[in-house]
Structure formats: C-alpha cells, structure tokens
Design a protein around this ligand. Structure first.
Ligand SMILES: NC(=O)c1ccc[n+]([C@@H]2O[C@H](COP(=O)([O-])OP(=O)(O)OC[C@H]3O[C@@H](n4cnc5c(N)ncnc54)[C@H](OP(=O)(O)O)[C@@H]3O)[C@@H](O)[C@H]2O)c1
Length: 274
C-alpha cells in the first residue's frame, strides 16, 4: 500500500484507510463478525488506518475496533476518532475522550478530530485548548479537524501552541469536488493532509448515471478496473490526499486496496473535473 507523509510529523500514512460509519448497535454476533473480518482483511492489505467517531453507532464502532485492535500489534495500526461538538464544556470534552479510549480499549488515539466546527470562533479556541491538553497528556498523538473551512482551520492552527493540525477530514469525491478545487491547494502548500470522506458518495455508485458514469466507465475499461476503483484512485492521485472508503464486503475491501495502485494520467484526472 502506497504511503504519503503525514504532514510534518515525520510519519507516513497509507493513502487508503477504512471508514466505519454505518456500524449499527444492537445487531447479532454474525453482523459484528462480518464488520471485523472486513476490517481485518483491509488491515492485512495495508489499510491500517481505521476511521471512527464517538458518534458512529453511539459508540458501537469504537467498541468493534477495540475488539479487533487486540488481534494486532497496536503500533501497527493508526486509529482516528472524533469528538462530536455537542460537548462544549472543558471537562465534558476531556471525559468524552476518556470514554472513547475505554471503548477502543487502548491507551492512545493516533489522531483525534473535532468532528464539526463550532460556528462561534471562541469555541474553536476552546476546542483547541482541550485537544492540546489531551496531546500533552499523551492520550492522543495528533490533532486534526473535520468539516472546517480553510478560515476555521487557520484559526484552529493559530490556537495550538505545542503542535500542529495534521489533517482536515472533508467530504470529497467525484460528485462533490469543491474541496479538491478550492481548499486542497492551501493544504498542499501547508503540507497538511486532506482526508477525503465518503469517497464513494456514501452509496457506492451502484446506481450512478449520466455523464460522470460514462467517463468513469471509459477509464475503468482503460485501467481494467471498476468505476469505484477509478473514483477512489482519482482522489488519491491528488497530492496530499488520502481517502477512507467504507466497505463491509470482502470483495469491495480487496478492490479498494488494489485501487491504491492505479496511476491516472493528468489528462484522465482532469477529464473527471466538474
Ligand atoms: N468526518 C465526517 O463528517 C464524515 C462524514 C461521513 C463519513 N465519514 C467517514 O468516511 C467513511 C466513508 O464514507 P461513507 O461511509 O459515507 O461511504 P463511502 O465510503 O463513500 O461508500 C460506502 C458504500 O460504498 C460501497 N463500496 C465500498 N467499496 C466498494 C467497491 N469497491 N465497489 C462497490 N461498492 C463499494 C459500500 O458497500 P459495502 O459496505 O456493502 O461493501 C458502501 O455501501 C465513513 O465510514 C466514515 O468513517 C466521515
């Protein structure tokens, strides 16, 4: 699996990780076994970055990941989780992180994100103070944000004294290109990773029609790949972009991992621009 620099950390991260939004609570053993087996297969194929959030399945996603972490050397995995911005108080935010650590059954989260920005700038300052405390205490290794505008990202960065924001996790895919065109140039210049979420527009493009479908079909034929593989490859063929597709079918997991090897020419990348 190809890796890229993780900002200025000196570390690298696989261009493809695995999403876990959609893991539901209250299901039977077979359901959770399938989730775990899919994630494990992805890890074996190099997708060692697993994305979760306290909010996914009301903690169920973190619990499932907590179980599978035990099957690996913890240091070989890179776990991202997120704090939901309904917790505004300083102590409440610290407590939320403790709960995530407990569910994940680990001593540290590799990357902790503020899931959404607060529209009050003072809250962004406060969130960064809490994140930095968690960083100083060694509970999180890196800090990032999600769904922030470039202005909000800059404000977050200005309010960190000891470390830097290493990513902004953003909605980016073939059908939603605004961050690729508008904010990616800033992140590339700053050496910040853009993590593309919902890289398959959440539903997986099974029913995609129209002009985009035709263009994807053409590239899929050229590269002997599926349209989903081309859609993922298109994202990670951009400098400083990683993606976190979610797949709970082994066939999909294997296809996704293979898409990291697809090299698109500039003209092919541009042919999909809207
Ligand atoms: N920060 C945020 O606010 C935010 C928001 C949304 C998502 N996220 C993160 O991003 C992750 C991914 O986004 P997402 O869950 O919205 O969906 P997605 O990855 O865009 O698409 C998932 C869908 O695509 C299907 N799929 C996956 N690989 C495929 C393949 N090779 N061929 C055909 N179909 C394929 C999956 O089917 P199967 O499951 O049946 O394999 C599933 O139905 C989330 O799980 C979450 O971790 C973050």
């Amino acid at each position: 699996m190809r890796k890229i620099k993780l900002g200025k950390t000196g570390e690298t991260i696989p261009v493809l990780g695995q999403g876990t939004w959609g893991i539901k609570r209250g299901r039977n053993k077979k359901y959770y076994k399938n989730c775990k087996d899919s994630l494990i297969r992805g890890i074996e194929l190099g997708m060692t970055h697993i994305d979760t959030a306290e909010f996914y399945g009301f903690g169920t996603s973190e619990r499932v990941i907590g179980e599978l972490i035990k099957e690996f050397d913890r240091d070989d995995l890179f776990i991202t989780s997120k704090i939901f911005p309904i917790h505004f108080g300083y102590k409440a935010m610290l407590k939320v992180c403790e709960k995530s650590l407990k569910r994940l059954d680990t001593n540290y989260i590799d990357l902790y994100l503020v899931h959404f920005p607060s529209f009050l700038f003072s809250k962004i300052r406060k969130h960064m103070r809490v994140m930095e405390q968690l960083f100083s205490e060694g509970k999180i290794r890196y800090i990032g944000v999600s769904n922030y505008s470039v202005e909000q990202f800059k404000l977050g960065q200005e309010n960190l004294k000891k470390t830097e924001l290493i990513t902004n996790q953003l909605h980016a895919n073939i059908l939603n290109q605004k961050h690729i065109h508008n904010s990616l140039p800033y992140y590339q210049e700053e050496g910040v990773v853009l993590t593309a979420y919902s890289p398959l527009s959440h539903r997986g493009y099974a029913n995609l029609k129209g002009d985009t479908r035709l263009k994807l079909d053409k590239l899929a034929e050229t590269h002997n790949a599926s349209i989903q593989q081309i859609a993922i490859a298109w994202l990670i063929n951009h400098e400083n972009v990683i993606a976190i597709p979610k797949a709970f079918q082994l066939k999909h997991i294997e296809e996704n991992a293979a898409s990291a090897e697809i090299e698109l020419k500039d003209i092919e990348i541009k042919s999909l621009y809207s």
